[in-house]
Design a protein around this ligand. Structure first.
Ligand code: ADP
Length: 589
């Protein structure tokens, strides 16, 4: 992605007003064809150099390697003379790998007259796509550092020295080339879009004006002879033209530099932060529109940097923006939905809880009301009066307890209340609840059995546990036909105390069983039975048991009966004690 974007910018954000400073003299097919082809290359080159010299160029760079001895004695001699007569001449040297060690492949000594410079013609290609986007301005082999052919040519043309300006540049005359020493003085080539002036070696004389005062690069362009052609973002070009392109970049002094890592990091972090902020502060279409702006910005950053001569990778900001926008939007979507669901259920919970409270409190209130009315209206014997006032007393106490329980449960569910943590015998809870539930069972002629002696101690809140068990018992009565039995049993299984209430009532099917602990859920059968209810009792029972570090288990069969089991942790167990569970709810707060 980075490469594609870079090449696109190079092609579309090019400098339109650049005038070439160099000319390529091409030894093309025609030139080679006229002579004896590559066998006569030295004499062809001698002739070409002589003609170039006649045009008085600023410097002459030869791209034809002169490292091998040939048997073309006449050609060699002619070339030697031609090169000797050339001012500001640069000859090529290549890097070769000899048994794992890099060596310089130098021009033959007879061509290296005093004043002739050598420039390396080594190229560096992108490992991914083999495209030449940059060149190493310096290469080192055999402890010798050589400058690139184009850089040497530039220095020669300007009559300037090349000096290193470590760590981040090279000075060539009045031109400072920003290039890091640690990256072999990497120079990104700003390829000229229009074709560089190229003159066939056969037509130099007609184009002397074009060559005058320019840097002339002489090289083979004939496809049959050029060993390989470098691939550039603009396509394939002859090797010699690549040197001319590097020369143009240096001569125009308009360099592309990779953006600093910390700048990249900060910008990407800002994009991510922007995405986060947008979805933290805004939602809906506005957020998505702003996110689109961030994503557009991420694609625009590399272009803007490029316009300011900085190479900013494309993938990093774009990927960062997409990922963070995606993550922030997803988070917001789920978070907002969760919040919405929570507040919705909170609202209904309070409504229904109030409904439940009103309903539950009606029974003791009716008893109190009725008794007090009887006492005021009718003259009653002392014994009856006493009985009624005792009833008023106990019912109002029950009412007070219910209000307390209701408030406690609400606060417990909210995580506002710390549950009491005291030991009490399970048997006491069973006894109290049975006493309370007995009159209700009697009304339906139902018998309540305690199957075995209740053992074990519970650590927790006795009032709440009583409320829970009482609820199971009243449900068993409510949802069973008259004259049936209710069995209460207990069992200590390992570290757990199990308290069960089994009835012979209407029962529930599998699907209903899954829902009965949900608030306000009532089975169709229960509704049809005419028994009044709110569907909140079991959810509270479940909460209470959970707060005691336990769980509920229910088995049921429609028409046969149900068995509700409260399982709580008995003391001294290896499992978490109920107390530790309270700490959990503390922490949640
Ligand atoms: P309520 O009794 O006020 O409806 P609960 O939360 O106590 O609310 O019970 C929820 C539902 O579970 C009841 O409406 C009923 O459908 C079902 N249910 C509870 N206990 C029994 C039981 N012992 N037998 C059959 N169904 C029961």
């Amino acid at each position: 992605m980075d490469n594609i974007a870079y090449d696109w910018m190079l092609a579309h954000r090019a400098r339109a007003d650049w005038q070439p400073h160099s000319v390529v003299v091409a030894i093309d097919e025609d030139t080679l064809g006229r002579e004896k082809g590559m066998r006569a290359i030295r004499s062809i080159l001698a002739d070409v150099i002589n003609r170039v010299n006649a045009a008085e160029p600023a410097a002459v760079a030869d791209d034809v390697l002169l490292a091998d001895a040939t048997d073309d004695a006449a050609g060699n001699a002619a070339l030697e003379i031609a090169l000797r007569d050339t001012k500001r001449l640069i000859l090529p040297c290549d890097l070769i790998n000899v048994q794992g060690a890099l060596r310089w492949e130098n021009p033959l000594p007879e061509f290296m007259h005093p004043g002739v410079e050598r420039g390396h013609v080594f190229r560096e290609q992108d490992v991914e796509d083999g495209v030449n986007r940059w060149v190493p301005l310096a290469e080192v082999a055999q402890n010798q550092q050589r400058w690139a052919l184009a850089l040497e040519t530039f220095a020669a043309a300007r009559g300037a020295q090349i000096t290193e300006n470590p760590p981040d540049g090279i000075q060539a005359g009045d031109v400072f080339i920003p290039a890091r020493q640690s990256d072999q003085y990497q120079l990104w080539i700003r390829y000229l879009q229009r074709p560089l002036p190229m003159v066939s070696a056969m037509h130099i004389d007609e184009h002397r004006d074009l060559l005058r005062g320019k840097a002339v690069f002489v090289g083979i362009t004939a496809l049959s002879a050029a060993r390989d052609r470098p691939v550039t973002p603009l396509g394939e070009i002859p090797g010699v033209e690549l040197h001319a392109q590097i020369y143009e970049t240096i001569a125009h002094g308009d360099f592309l530099i990779p953006a600093r890592n910390d700048v990249e990091f900060v910008l990407c972090a800002m994009l991510a932060a922007a995405a986060g902020l947008i979805f933290a502060l805004r939602s809906g279409w506005l957020a998505y529109a702003l996110a689109a702006v961030v994503m557009a910005l991420s694609a625009w950053i590399p272009v803007e940097f490029f316009d300011h001569d900085r190479i900013f990778p494309f993938f990093e900001p774009v990927f960062t923006a997409w990922i963070s926008v995606g993550a922030a939007a997803t988070f917001q979507y789920f978070f907002v939905r969760r919040q919405l669901r929570k507040s919705e259920s909170e609202r209904t919970r309070y409504q229904q809880a109030l409904h439940w409270a009103a309903h539950e409190m009606r029974t003791p209130l009716t008893a109190i009301q009725g008794s007090s009315e009887i006492m005021t209206r009718y003259p009653l014997p002392e014994a009856k009066r006493h009985e009624l006032s005792a009833m008023i007393n106990s019912e109002s106490k029950r009412l007070a307890r219910m209000i307390q329980t209701f408030l406690d449960i609400e606060r417990l569910a909210d995580g506002q209340m710390e549950m009491k943590r005291e030991p009490f015998a399970a048997a006491e809870v069973v006894e109290t609840c049975l006493k309370r539930a007995q009159p209700i069972a009697d009304r339906k002629n139902m018998r309540v059995f305690v199957d075995n002696a209740v053992e074990g101690t519970i650590h927790g809140d006795r009032e709440l546990m009583e409320y829970a068990l009482y609820n199971l018992l009243t449900n068993a009565v409510k949802y069973s036909p008259v004259e049936t039995e209710i069995h209460v049993s207990s069992e200590i299984r390992g570290a757990e105390l199990r308290l069960s209430v089994r009835d012979q009532g209407m029962g529930m099917d599998e699907k209903e069983l899954k829902n009965i602990f949900k608030k306000f859920y009532r089975t169709k059968r229960a509704e049809a039975s005419g028994e009044k209810g709110t569907g909140i009792g079991l959810s509270i029972v479940d909460q209470i048991v959970t707060h005691h570090g336990g769980r509920m288990e229910v088995t049921s069969e429609p028409g046969k009966g149900s068995c509700f089991t409260m399982i709580v942790v008995a003391p001294g167990s290896s499992k978490a004690a109920p107390g530790s569970h309270v700490e959990t709810s503390d922490r949640r707060r």
